[in-house]
Design a protein around this ligand. Sequence first.
Ligand SMILES: [Ca+2]
Length: 565
Amino acid sequence: MHLRSAFCVHKGVPFLVIVAMVLCLVLAAPAQQAAPSSQQRCSALQFLDLADLPGAPTRIVSAQLVVVPPEGLKQPARVMNQPINPFAVKEYCQVNGYVGPQNQFELRMPVSSDWTGKLFFYACPGFCGFLDPDACNAGLTLGFAAVTSNGGHYSALGFDGLWAADDPVAQEEFAYRGNHSVTVAAKEIVKRFYGSGPKRTYMAGCSKGGQAALIAIQRYPDDYDGVIPVAPVYDYVGRSVIEAAWIAQANDDGKGGNVLPDAAMDLVHKAVLAACDGDDGVKDGIVGDPEMCKWDPASLLCKPGGSPGGSNDGCLSETQVSALKKIYGPAIDGSGKKLFPSGYALGSETDEWKGWVNNKTLGPSGPTLKSRNYQVSEQFMRYLTFEKSPREGFDPLKFDFDRDPAKLGRAREVYDATSIDLSAFRAHGGKVLIWHGWADGGIPAPASIDYYLRVLKSVGSRAGTDGFLRLFLLPGVHHCAGGDGADQLDALRLLDEWVEAGKAPEMVVTTKSVGGKIVRTRPVYPYPKVPVYGGSGDINDPQNWRVMDPWKTDADIPAPSGVYR
Ligand SMILES: [Ca+2]
């Protein structure tokens, strides 16, 4: 009935008015007629006028009931990598539209009988610029209404920053505001469709989507009841500009090539595994706890008078060892002061480094793509850092670590999710489930540890922190998904149980699937607890692992880096 009355006060664009009036007549028909079907109620949403929604002027472009095909809903792609039941809902109401100025969104709502009263927001990764509505299926299949947006602009995949040139509004929408206003709009549409708004709202996303989740609870603590920041780039400017330029410079051979070719990375990874694979009790090609791993790049240095070093010599030159030490970083200035919490973790030197750290030539005569670290730093500095006047000539290889960080003040205010004041979010029962792959070749996992430690220091106790914020580190897992490790976990369901029933995630079972078949299973625990194989039985049975807690007392808790501004 709410929908009907809202609909009949429609003040939309003129050409819709007649259609609206006709539908009003239909919907306002005598009470003894059957209530509108899901299809009618869904279709009617396209005439809902939300142009005056406070803070979130919204235009609905289309609304239609979608029948799920016999093969079921699509598995969300890698950035919302969790198992779903593709047959959990048979139909849903799909609403497409945008919140001004350019936050394009798709909202998928299960029919009333399937709705659990919740809303899920999937936050876009990278520089966004596209819609990935199948990511909504992670929530939709749990009976949640689920929405995602394009981050407030249209752009190419990868690190394309041109859309942000001379456009501070687009920059701010992307940084924090767009997801907030789409959330406001989605809550209103949910309310109009079901007759009541969501009683819980969650957000998840990886990488930039992880930054989105953290900045949301820092800036708009009442928007959400729980968030899942995956591999979050919360120190967005520090990572995207400074650390990225640092790594690009470390691996630049001065001739457009790599100091460490792909084969050298293979050599390094093999050496790290030889040194540390067994630390978790099982030699399975995965470093279980990189914090325990003390491998030194200098151990691969070629012997004096022997090989000069190179990719196929089984050893590294001094230049290569030096580059490697920088990549395990972090970036520092001339006085040795840290400019970012951490470089990459030991064990992460796998295939992802070959795209993130190395320039890559496509085919024998194809173009050479700059490393992702180079690309993100270049595009961010040129187009996203300043309100006006893009730095067309900016070259990450010339970034000055003493002078240039001072130019990033405005950008840090806009993009960074480094605040550790989560008190408002915590006060209303909000929960944070962070997870990060240890072998992440994009965003170094130790940066998430640093955020956890900073929050812990601010909260003042481990128990108080773990009561609302937990960090899970997944051994051998790449950026958002992939890698040799078990990269799937039922994060949204775990978060929901935590929020709804107060059941905090403790031992979490992660899995790795190949072709739909589970090939690896591994328990993980909230940081700093690590799983250790017991020495007998199937390594894929969590029962055969025990938990080790390196913090016996509070005195064992390390200090955070203290770096950010
Ligand atoms: Ca191992």
